[in-house]
Design a protein around this ligand. Structure first.
Ligand code: SF4
Length: 442
C-alpha cells in the first residue's frame, strides 16, 4: 500500500443501491464487510472516503441511474480524496465501459467477489482494480457479517443465478447459472436470525421454485415445510417464483405452513401467449391462469402480485389488450410494470425494438391506470377490517406515523400510542390510497 493510502479502519463509507432485493441484500453484505474491517457507515457521500454504487443490470434505467450518480460524484472526486467503486451485475457486465466512460472510478467488483472487498479497497488506492470473476458453486457468506437494515425482517439467499434465458433478460449473463445453497446452512442462518429476535425472513433467489438442496436433492416445497418448524420466526416470504416451476406441491406446502405468508409474487410479464412464447417464458396464458386458480382454490385469501413488460418487440395492439384483460381477470394486489428496453447479449436484443417509445409509454400508462383503479377498489374493501401488521418503524414520510406490512405484503401506515417498532400489532384499517392502507392499533 502507498504510504498515504488510508486503511479501512480510518474510512467512512457510503453505499448507494439501485435494483432488486438481491442487490439490497448484497449492499447489506458489503456494509458488513466494511464495518468488520473497522470502517464507519455514513449517510452522505460528501462525508465519506469510500463510495460504492451497487447496481443491477436488469433494466436500462438502473444503468442510467448509475451513470447519472457517477456524474454527480465527479466534482467530489476532484475536490477531495475519495475511493469510488462500482459493484453488482452492472459492474460484472460493463466493466470496460464503466472504466472508459468514468475513468475516475477506482474499482469494479462483481457479485461473486465481495469477500475480497477489503483487499480491493486497499489496492485500488494504488491502481485501478477490476474483480469480476465467476464462481460455479454457491458462495457461502457468513450471516453474522451482514449488516442488516432491519432488526426484525431479514433477507436470506437460498439460490443464485438462473438457467431460464427468458429472451429479454440479462440475469443469466450477469449472475450465471443456478447455484443452490445447502438446506442445512439456510436453516442454521434462519435459526440464528430467530435467536437474535428476527420475526420475518424473505427467501431470495432468481427462481426460488427451482431450489434443490445440493446434498439431499430435496426441493423447495420440502424447504418451506422445514422452515415452518423454525422456532421464533413468524412469517416466511419468498421471491422470485417462476410460473413454470410453481407446482401443486409448493402451493400445498404454502397452505400447510402457517408461517408462510399467504402472498406470492408470480411474474406473468405478458397476458398474450404469443408474446410469452417470444419471451421464452415456458408457459401460456391459460397455464398461468390455471396456476392462479389452483392457488386460490387452496388459499382463497392469497395476495398475488406480478411483473408486466409492455412494448416487447412486435407486441401488437391485440397482444397488449391480452395483458390488460389478464390484469382484469386475475386482479393482482400489486404489480410492477415496465417499458421493454433491450439488454445486451439477450435474444430479444437481436430483434428490432419495434414499438415506438411513445407507444410503450401510452401502454404503460394504460396498464398502471387499470391496476390503480383495481387496487383502490381492493384496498377500499379492506376498510373496517382489523389485520396483523409487522411494524418496521416510523414512516419515512411522516414520523408521527408507523409503517409496516400485512401478511399480503401491503404497506400499512398507522398511528399507535406507544412505539411498536419490530412488533406484530393488530391494526384497524380506516382509510386507504391506491398503494397503502391507513389505520390505527387496536
Ligand atoms: S426466470 Fe427469466 S426473467 Fe427471471 S431471472 Fe431467469 S431469465 Fe431472468
Amino acid at each position: 500500500m502507498k504510504e498515504n493510502s488510508k486503511s479501512l479502519a480510518s474510512m467512512k463509507f457510503y453505499i448507494r443501491t439501485f435494483g432488486c432485493q438481491m442487490n439490497e441484500n448484497d449492499s447489506e453484505r458489503i456494509a458488513g464487510i466494511l464495518t468488520a474491517g473497522g470502517a464507519k457507515m455514513s449517510d452522505s457521500p460528501e462525508d465519506s472516503d469510500l463510495i460504492i454504487i451497487n447496481t443491477c443490470a436488469v433494466r436500462e434505467k438502473s444503468e442510467e441511474k448509475l451513470y447519472s450518480c457517477l456524474g454527480r460524484l465527479a466534482p467530489l472526486k476532484k475536490r477531495k480524496r475519495v475511493v469510488i467503486g462500482v459493484g453488482g451485475c452492472v459492474a460484472q457486465l460493463y466493466r470496460s465501459e464503466i472504466m472508459e466512460r468514468t475513468p475516475f472510478v477506482d474499482f469494479i467488483i462483481g457479485p461473486d467477489n465481495y469477500s475480497q472487498l477489503a483487499d480491493i479497497v486497499h489496492s485500488s488506492q494504488e491502481e485501478k482494480v477490476v474483480s469480476t470473476s465467476w464462481s460455479e458453486d454457491f458462495h457461502e457468506f457468513p450471516s453474522e457479517m451482514t449488516l442488516r437494515e432491519s432488526d426484525v425482517s431479514a433477507y436470506v439467499t437460498i439460490m443464485e443465478g438462473c438457467n431460464n434465458f427468458c429472451s429479454y433478460c440479462i440475469v443469466p449473463f450477469t449472475r450465471g447459472r443456478e447455484k443452490f445453497r445447502a438446506k442445512e446452512n439456510i436453516l442454521q442462518e434462519i435459526q440464528s436470525l430467530a435467536d437474535n429476535g428476527y420475526l420475518e425472513v424473505q427467501l431470495l433467489g432468481q427462481n426460488v421454485n427451482s431450489y434443490t438442496d445440493p446434498e439431499s436433492g430435496k426441493d423447495f416445497a420440502f424447504l418451506l415445510r422445514e422452515l415452518n418448524r423454525v422456532d421464533g420466526i413468524e412469517w416466511v416470504r419468498f421471491i422470485t417464483s417462476h410460473p413454470k416451476n410453481l407446482n401443486r406441491d409448493i402451493a400445498e406446502a404454502m397452505k400447510e405452513s402457517e408461517k408462510v405468508c399467504r402472498q406470492l409474487h408470480l411474474p406473468i410479464q405478458s397476458g398474450s401467449t404469443s408474446v410469452l412464447k417470444r419471451m421464452n417464458r415456458g408457459y401460456t396464458r391459460e397455464e398461468y391462469l390455471e396456476k392462479i386458480a389452483m392457488l386460490r382454490q387452496l388459499m382463497p385469501d392469497i395476495s398475488l402480485s406480478t411483473d408486466i413488460i409492455v412494448g416487447f418487440p412486435g407486441e401488437t395492439e391485440d397482444e397488449f389488450q391480452d395483458t390488460l384483460s389478464m390484469l382484469a381477470e386475475v386482479r393482482f394486489t400489486n404489480i410492477f410494470s415496465f417499458r421493454y428496453s433491450p439488454r445486451p447479449k439477450t435474444a430479444a436484443s437481436r430483434e428490432k425494438d419495434s414499438i415506438p417509445f411513445e407507444e410503450k409509454k401510452k401502454r404503460l400508462i394504460q396498464v398502471q391506470e387499470l391496476q390503480k383503479k383495481m387496487q383502490v377498489e381492493f384496498n377500499r374493501s379492506l376498510i373496517g377490517r382489523t389485520m396483523k401488521v409487522l411494524c418496521l418503524g416510523k414512516s419515512k414520510k411522516d414520523p408521527a406515523v408507523y409503517a409496516g406490512r400485512n401478511q399480503g405484503y401491503q404497506v400499512v401506515n398507522f398511528r399507535s400510542q406507544k412505539d411498536v417498532t419490530g412488533q406484530f400489532v393488530e391494526v384497524h384499517i380506516a382509510s386507504c390510497g391506491p398503494y397503502s392502507l391507513v389505520g390505527e392499533t387496536v
